[in-house]
Design a protein around this ligand. Sequence first.
Ligand code: GLC
Length: 538
Amino acid sequence: MTQHHPDRTTGEPAHWWRDAVVYQVYVRSFADSDGDGIGDLPGITSRLPYLRDLGVDALWLTPFYTSPQHDHGYDVADYRDVDPLFGTLADADELVARTHELGLRLIVDVVPNHTSNEHAWFRAALEAGPGSPERARYLFRDGRGADGSEPPNNWQSVFGGPAWTRVEDGPGEAGQWYLHLFDSTQPDLDWRNPEVGDLFEDVLRFWLERGVDGFRVDVAHGLLKEEGLRDQVRGDEAGDAPHAMVERVVQDEPMWDQPEVHEVYRRWHKVLADYPGDRMSVAEAWTRGTPGALARYVRDDEMSQAFNFAWLLAPWSAGAFAEVITTTFASLEDVDAIPTWVLSNHDVVRHTTRYGGGPQGLARARAATLTMLALPGASYLYQGEELGLEQVDVEPAFRQDPSWFRTGEPGRDGCRVPIPWSGSEAPFGFGPGTDQPWIPQPATWSPLSVAAQTRTAGSTLELYRSALATRRTFAHTAGDHVEMLDLGEDVLAFHRGPLTVALNCGTAPVPVPAGEVIASSGDLPGGVLPPDTAVWLR
Ligand code: GLC
């Protein structure tokens, strides 16, 4: 199939998502319409013109479905309704309609690995008891040891602690255990049970019929576990990666990336193809094997895209960035797919902070983003990065991440602080209320608000706006071939069609390559490319 190739005659991509820039909206922290300090769907609808003017192609919304919010919506109690915290189904319809009126696309999250423990299925499973068809939708097992008081295997939750919780099988009577790769309020479904696949086909169709353009698939590599649920053989810990998802991962992974998971995405591919308008899917799959493991999710009859977390995990080094680019393209050759790029999301430390914070962290973040936006394929942006926001050190009293409660580590709340829109004090135009939102915003955010940065020369927001506008002049036509250039070991440099891109990761200025500068992440005094700066030329 040649579905991934652009139409060279019109310069339009064969698929809208192929080189789209997608903006991730963390629903509870984007815009609050009703003043309760928590973002909501009408808030997002009211701010859509901002996203159109920023110049993105699509938005991806984190889960807004009915949920007790133990993992901020990644614990879904009803996949076919909107949580009252965020609005109503009518508000969702309005958001879809308005998004399309503005020429944007809408991607929603689907969470198939686990439900909430408040989902009707899980409640029924607790009621029905061992051996019942209701329990067979989840992974209930008897415990080990003489009295069953040991968990069925040694698996650990991604959020810390054992991946099993014991239930009562009668009043006061210790019973079976259920598996939860995440929080105990997120029981894992048994995807070997056909009822589970049927439920999710219905869920996809429900939202496709309401007009969504695609799905971001949560924990896409987790749905199927190795049959038998054997113990994991522990290897070396994965080092100091910036994400819980990879920090606690060890070498042997009977719970992740099982071959049978691909059957699920073949089925979903067919479901999406039933609808007009080029609907898409993107996998969140923290595969750790060869880059080829990720490529398997984007074979022609599976998903459209997969997040390329290798780019996000790369340290600040020209060599490391070059290596990711080269291996990314090599791994996708066999599957004829196009890469994606991402630097920040709601699960990782914001890239300004990862790169050291302060003025240098910001300079590096801007340069890495500019470099990313020149690469063939789709780029995913996370709300607030266009304002240059840093990770916030959230006071313990305000932390809500389940991993904080399970491990006592700070968790992910610091990248989820509501974004500043305007004004000189909290809530910085986030909503009509006058109090701090659900996580307090730092007082220092006043100069970082959208209003403060709009039309301010050199602001990060204006950099994003102009870079996205310039990207439109070449994204469809510059081709997919990237040729790496050797400008010394501290400089990442490549040609893409008529474009030359250089990123200085070193400590000394280097000459700007030949060509007309069409964008730069910072000043280029006297024709040199300073450290921590990127440039596009043609
Ligand atoms: C994904 C989400 C993360 C969530 C987890 C469990 O990794 O991105 O926010 O906590 O899945 O659903």
